[in-house]
Ligand binder design. Structure first.
Ligand code: GRF
Length: 187
């Protein structure tokens, strides 16, 4: 199969990146990761790029020109999809329009519930019965855009923010790759 070139954006730990790198080794997985972009120089996830010899780019989102510079790089590498995996910045409408290809994001809640930050504390505060994760297409609004896949689990009374995070991330490691497969089958 001819794989599509993908770029993964991160800001932190990069455990989803690590999982996608592992999955993309599979011959039948539809993407090959050609670039990792981080807005944080010290993001732990950058180490996964280094270890796996994947080119990476540290961007300074405060610099005026970073979007144009990034767009040129993505074009040069023929990137067909951007996966936001814990990237903590909003991509501008202009960037999304100029990229013009698929951009997806993973969020640790059952969207449209609990957009934005501090997801797990909000979930506990609202005494939700279940929670999970969502992969969706990205538009210019935060955690918005058409939903591709979701998965949930029931919250236990003993759960706290940390256990919710762990349980949610476990689901993310299957939902994110499955969504990528779904996208290239259906869209
Ligand atoms: C994930 O939980 C994702 O849902 C959220 O940020 C987290 C990133 O974790 N958007 P990691 O850096 O992939 O470990």
């Amino acid at each position: 199969m001819v794989k599509k070139n993908a770029c993964i954006f991160i800001s932190g730990k990069g455990s989803n990146l690590k999982n996608l790198i592992n999955r993309s080794r599979d011959y039948s997985f539809p993407i090959s990761i050609k670039l990792v972009v981080s807005n944080k120089k010290k993001a732990l996830g950058v180490l996964h790029a280094k270890k796996n010899f994947i080119p990476y780019l540290i961007i300074n989102t405060k610099s005026q020109n970073f979007e144009n510079y990034l767009l040129q790089d993505l074009k040069k590498r023929n990137i067909s999809i951007i996966c936001l995996a814990g990237y903590m910045k909003i991509l501008s409408k202009k960037f999304l329009r100029n990229f013009g290809k698929k951009v997806i994001n993973i969020h640790p809640s059952l969207l449209p519930k609990f957009k934005g930050l501090n997801t797990f504390s909000k979930i506990l505060k609202h005494k939700e019965k279940k929670t999970g994760c969502t992969v969706h297409f990205v538009d210019e609004k935060l955690d918005n855009g058409k939903i591709i896949s979701q998965r949930f689990f029931f919250i236990d009374p003993s759960d706290n923010e940390e256990t919710l995070r762990q349980k949610t991330q476990k689901l993310e490691y299957s939902v994110f790759p499955e969504s990528i497969i779904k996208i290239f089958q259906n869209y």
